[in-house]
Write a protein that binds this ligand. Structure first.
Ligand SMILES: [Zn+2]
Ligand SMILES: [Zn+2]
Length: 378
């Protein structure tokens, strides 16, 4: 994974490139480096692979979002990052798709050979968790729909006891030869057989359970281990939990998109927590021990005598566990001094007595402000 070039750089597009721009850049780069045009050129082959890998990620919204967020590593649950499954449509023992497919088919994946192993589709599941669950980590079970091989026909789509028969148009290869003229002369090109859709087989009697699809929508249960410190918008990858591949291809992945519910009073910034904390006028004036909230529960905290409004108290290590790291962020408490309201006459008298007892030193900022103000008007 070391020294891997940035995928955007590989295709020569910027990070905000549209799907269309990415597709165009890919076609250009793939044509330039195609092994058919550079036989026995190792460098071109490497470049071609690099271009295809970049396109596989950037052309897929899920993968691209994941790549934008995490780079080449990607969050994973034990599996590799990207490209581990190879680029579908190429390889698979058949060699690269012919250069002519680039000229005639558009090379955007829509005309890939359909009788080779194909990786299953990736799935997305949106999971909402509580603020504390994100902070401390949790195990979540959820149900999701997945298209799977029909168990009645084993995926063939043919009624149990019958077999799909070989397609007579393509003799089971799934492809037919097409001859065309080009600036290179006459070209024999392979195209997907339209009679069988590339499968190479035809079904006479459809499986009643799946209606000949060979696949069925199943409700499945998965459990995801969410690590402490995960944040809103992050994605967990459950490798191989997507839809099964076809014709021996590997399964896709299941992406779990995390939404974290807001907390009643904590706001999160990275791994730090922020919270406003109201204290009384007398607490602020006299100082002493006050109750403050932390994620673990209320704790006692000392504030100094004469604590001013907007003072920020920092409680080290009372923030959120650093994701896949050690240590925790900090908790910042911003003091909001609350002035008392609806005092009775007795209480007001006490405050008047208090005011009369002042010597002038008690309000520093106020004193210097008015001194400077008087000087300004001399
Ligand atoms: Zn079936
Ligand atoms: Zn056919």
């Amino acid at each position: 994974m070391a020294n891997k070039r940035d995928y955007y750089e590989v295709l020569g597009v910027n990070k905000n490139a549209t799907d269309e721009e990415i597709k165009r850049a890919y076609r250009k780069a793939a044509k330039e480096s195609h092994p058919d045009l550079h036989p026995n050129d190792k460098k071109a082959e490497e470049r071609f692979k690099e271009v295809n890998e970049a396109y596989e990620v950037l052309s897929d919204d899920n993968k691209r979002a994941r790549y934008d967020q995490f780079g080449h590593e990607g969050p994973n649950m034990g599996g590799g990052g990207y490209g581990g499954g190879g680029f579908s449509g190429f390889g698979g023992g058949q060699g690269f798709e012919s250069i002519f497919d680039f000229f005639f088919n558009g090379a955007d994946g829509t005309q890939r050979r359909r009788n080779g192993p194909e990786r299953g589709a990736d799935l997305r599941y949106d999971l909402t968790i509580a603020f504390e669950e994100a902070a401390f980590g949790c195990k979540k079970e959820f149900k999701f729909n997945r298209n799977e091989q029909c168990d009645a026909c084993g995926g063939s789509g043919a009624r149990a006891g019958t077999q799909p028969k070989t397609c007579p148009t393509c003799n089971g290869s799934g492809q037919v030869k097409v001859t065309s003229q080009s600036l290179f002369g006459q070209i024999v090109n392979m195209r997907t057989c339209t009679a069988c859709g590339g499968s190479g087989t035809l079904i006479a009697e459809k499986c009643p359970k799946c209606g000949g699809q060979g696949r069925m929508r199943m409700l499945r249960t998965a459990t995801v281990n969410i690590p402490a410190g995960i944040d809103n918008g992050q994605v967990m990858t459950m490798t191989g939990q997507g839809e099964p591949g076809s014709r021996g291809g590997p399964p896709g992945d299941l992406y779990v998109y995390i939404t974290v519910k807001p907390h009643r009073f904590f706001k999160r910034q990275g791994f730090d927590l922020h919270c406003d904390i109201p204290i009384s006028f007398t607490q602020a004036t006299l100082g002493g021990e006050i109750d403050v909230p932390t994620l673990e529960g209320p704790v006692k905290h000392n504030i100094p005598e004469g604590t001013q409004n907007d003072t920020v108290l920092r409680l080290r290590g009372h923030g959120i566990q650093v994701l896949r790291g050690s240590g925790k962020g900090d908790l910042y408490l911003k003091v909001r001094v609350e002035m008392p309201r609806r005092l009775n006459e007795k209480q007001k008298d006490l405050l008047r007595q208090f005011e009369e007892s002042l010597t002038g030193k008690e309000y520093e900022a106020r004193k210097s402000f008015f001194e400077r103000m008087r000087e300004g008007f001399k």
